[in-house]
Design a protein around this ligand. Structure first.
Ligand code: HEC
Ligand code: HEC
Ligand code: HEC
Ligand code: HEC
Ligand code: HEC
Length: 231
């Protein structure tokens, strides 16, 4: 990846960083220092080649599978895991089961595209999915804290249900986090609609009214002090 060898961002932020390093000091600072050059965070459009050409447009879009069917922990924990092989095997099982009986759930069971999946099922080793979104280690992020307050996947990941190949839709910089923490109203919706990426409140005006209402009703107040994200 050629992006790995571009350093100008680091130099641009050097002054701000220096100030923070003096404040933070010690071991924490060295972690910060290493993290700043991490290329993935700001890589809008980052789109690695995956071992299996998995399509969200097909599974989440056309087949209308809920995000939580595969990303089971997204509303329960900080992390939203990549699904285990078992989840795919529910539909893409080998043609016959252990006793040789035919399986009804063997969709595309001979497909060459699914070879790594069958390999993973046979060996018990997980599929080597390449991670796309990654914040530096010195930033604390929590999925459930957002999803359970009515912030939709679409606000942060874009229309994944229309993507053949997932790419990073937003530049996940600190300014991006803070923009929404200061002004969350455009991004709040009923909690039962967070995985419905096509949902809208109507227009912009309706969204702002709804956002204000939900914010007041549920006492939603995203924090902007450093310790919230840098623990
Ligand atoms: C059938 C299972 C399945 C469903 C349903 C599904 N996903 Fe995924 N998702 C995956 C797999 C497998 C990957 C890893 C491969 C890839 O990136 O395409 C992934 C990757 C992702 C990533 C990138 C993770 C990273 O590496 O940073 C995001 C974001 C994501 N999914 C969001 C969603 C959203 C939003 C929905 C609902 C609209 C959804 N997914 C529905 C299986 C699923
Ligand atoms: C609920 C059932 C279901 C689950 C779970 C599921 N899929 Fe699928 N998948 C389908 C269906 C149905 C198709 C075929 C659609 C068609 O051909 O019209 C398909 C097609 C595919 C294809 C295209 C195969 C080809 O040869 O064209 C790939 C690759 C794939 N799925 C990967 C995955 C992976 C990886 C997972 C787990 C993260 C997964 N699927 C989970 C139902 C499922
Ligand atoms: C407030 C913004 C935000 C929302 C809302 C959000 N995500 Fe994420 N997502 C992120 C960030 C930031 C990362 C990178 C996290 C990291 O590196 O620790 C990420 C990473 C992921 C990953 C990669 C695995 C992981 O946990 O790091 C998946 C999969 C994912 N998100 C799926 C989803 C799904 C599905 C939804 C909706 C149900 C969702 N996200 C809602 C910001 C968000
Ligand atoms: C689209 C809007 C939006 C974006 C983007 C966003 N947040 Fe948030 N964040 C919220 C809302 C809303 C809350 C919930 C506040 C509440 O519960 O009062 C929240 C809460 C949090 C919390 C508190 C969780 C807890 O444990 O109490 C953390 C930490 C956090 N966000 C980190 C981040 C980071 C880091 C980013 C950027 C990578 C980010 N957020 C981007 C809207 C957003
Ligand atoms: C809502 C979450 C959030 C809050 C609050 C927050 N930060 Fe950050 N911060 C981030 C994220 C995300 C990054 C990583 C951005 C990147 O990878 O470029 C970051 C990166 C940094 C960096 C590394 C240099 C850079 O800009 O990339 C410094 C220094 C920093 N933050 C200082 C602070 C200070 C000081 C405060 C309090 C005034 C603060 N942060 C509050 C989310 C937050």
């Amino acid at each position: 990846m050629s992006q790995r060898f571009l350093f100008p961002r680091w130099t641009n932020k050097f002054l701000a960083l220096l100030g923070f390093l003096i404040l933070a000091g010690g071991a924490y600072a060295s972690v910060l220092f290493l993290g700043v050059t991490s290329p993935e965070t700001l890589n809008t459009g980052y789109r690695p080649l995956q071992p299996i050409p998995f399509s969200h447009a097909l599974h989440a879009g056309e087949l209308k599978m809920d995000c939580k069917y595969c990303h089971v922990s997204v509303d329960k924990s900080a992390h939203s895991q990549i699904p285990a092989t078992q989840t795919c095997i529910n539909c893409h099982s080998p043609k016959t089961g252990a006793n040789g009986a035919p399986k009804l759930s063997a969709i595309h069971s001979e497909s060459p595209k699914l070879k790594p999946l069958r390999e993973s099922w046979r060996t018990g080793e997980s599929v080597d999915w390449v991670r796309i979104h990654r914040l530096p280690d010195y930033v604390y992020f929590n999925h459930s804290a957002h999803v359970n307050r009515g912030v939709s996947c679409v606000s942060c990941h874009g229309r994944v249900d229309q993507m053949e190949v997932v790419h990073q839709a937003k530049n996940q910089s600190m300014a991006w986090c803070l923009d929404c923490h200061r002004n969350p109203e455009p991004h709040l919706r009923p909690v039962d609609q967070v995985t419905n990426l096509a949902w809208t409140a109507g227009g912009e005006k309706e969204q702002l009214e709804l956002g204000k209402k939900l914010r007041a009703e549920n006492n939603i107040n995203p924090q902007t002090n450093c310790a919230v994200c840098h623990r």
